[in-house]
Ligand binder design. Structure first.
Ligand SMILES: Nc1ncnc2c1ncn2[C@@H]1O[C@H](COP(=O)(O)OP(=O)(O)OP(=O)(O)O)[C@@H](O)[C@H]1O
Ligand SMILES: Nc1ncnc2c1ncn2[C@@H]1O[C@H](COP(=O)(O)OP(=O)(O)OP(=O)(O)O)[C@@H](O)[C@H]1O
Lengths: 219, 219
């Protein structure tokens, strides 16, 4: 059982807090908005109204004892987000995760001490943009700059064939991880003699260059 | 080349617009905030200041001609988000994606016509919460209620062994999709005689029940 400090209880922050609470960890959620504190006081075991840019107040929290500190103050209060990150870093936070809206804000947060910066709206915006851009792509997750996991509607050329005949792994180093049929049943790992059918949805992994060659993605 | 209508150019909306623009599609971005329109007028081919809750104005856009309409008005203007969705549905939008902050808002948006609802901050908050909750889990993506793809630090019991010896697929129906070594190089598919080493990061897929049995996840 670990303990976590969540600074800023917007949508992102409260969902980190809820998830950790559900997993049985101890959570201290802080926010300087009284209404927000009232709203979540029954849900999160410890909530406290405080201004996270107040160095003295932060001293009372025992920052180094938390497994991690999550700064989830949004762009509306960008200076608060930056100052709070700087302060908890100074006070010895073991691990800092900060939420940012723009790349620029993210760079500043890293400079002042954030170990990890997340971009919830930017990430989701890109995933949706990519899925909309292709008529077959459903979802797309970057594992690294070169490798992605994608979910897509079974391409025309695969219909009626099985993995042995298609030989995707040898030809393109693309691996089908799972197949979801039209009723939503997921088969993983897929069997090599299964013949692909219309309405199958595939989850597969491969290098972006190879995925482009196969027209699975176009970006 | 397709065309898309993005209503509301907050962080989520602008990133959908940018991603589609990069992929070569035609984008019309609308917002009723003049500053926002000015800010993005050079970046997105078509931007227009308008109130998306004004039915007559929406009539001038040719809503049914867009491949999809994305409603990315946030919780701050929740009634606008709901009314804009209702209106574009009435005007024959082919496909509507709407952003929501809470489950409740998401349900209402579905009722008034959204085909897909996304929760950027909630999703990311849960992913971060889950990664923080486990000392080995790095990332976690739900493919369905029963199946997840997870990224985790190589567990103790796998060190020095290879996939043939571990037999994870036969025993637990868990498939290792890729292995990232400490220099960030990704090997996919992993070779079956590779002996797992400290600092390896694994991406694997399996049923949540099995992942729990292996203590890969604890939720
Ligand atoms: N100095 C501060 N100390 C503590 N909490 C703060 C401070 N400044 C802002 N906050 C809180 O941070 C929370 C999140 O900020 P805001 O609502 O701007 O972010 P957001 O980007 O809309 O968040 P989300 O997208 O996660 O909903 C707010 O509840 C706000 O009260
Ligand atoms: N009736 C409307 N017509 C057009 N645009 C609108 C309307 N109401 C709100 N908007 C715009 O929607 C945009 C996004 O709304 P808001 O900033 O509340 O969302 P948000 O949740 O903070 O967004 P994000 O998290 O994506 O940054 C704003 O730029 C706002 O001007």
């Amino acid at each position: 059982k670990k303990s976590f400090l969540i600074i800023g209880l917007g949508r992102f922050g409260i969902n980190v807090a809820r998830t950790l609470t559900k997993a049985g960890h101890s959570v201290l959620g802080v926010d300087n908005d009284e209404d927000i504190i009232q709203k979540f006081s029954f849900e999160i075991d410890n909530v406290m109204k405080l201004d996270a840019t107040d160095s003295d107040v932060l001293d009372t929290l025992g920052v180094p004892e938390f497994e991690a500190v999550v700064i989830s103050i949004g762009e509306k209060y960008i200076q608060n987000s930056i100052l709070a990150t700087l302060l908890v870093k100074e006070k010895g936070a073991k691990h800092i995760i900060a939420k940012a809206g723009t790349k620029v804000q993210g760079k500043v947060l890293e400079k002042v001490g954030a170990d990890t910066v997340v971009f919830p709206e930017k990430d989701m915006g890109q995933r949706i943009g990519k899925a909309l851009s292709s008529s077959t792509l459903i979802d797309y997750i970057e594992l690294s700059k070169e490798v992605s996991i994608i979910e897509l509607k079974v391409p025309q050329f695969m219909l009626g064939k099985n993995l042995i005949e298609l030989n995707l792994r040898k030809k393109y180093a693309v691996t089908i991880i799972s197949i979801k049929d039209k009723d939503g049943n997921i088969k993983t790992p897929p069997s090599v003699d299964y013949k692909f059918t219309e309405f199958d949805v595939l989850t597969l992994i491969g290098e972006n260059e190879q995925l482009k060659k196969l027209h699975f993605i176009d970006f």
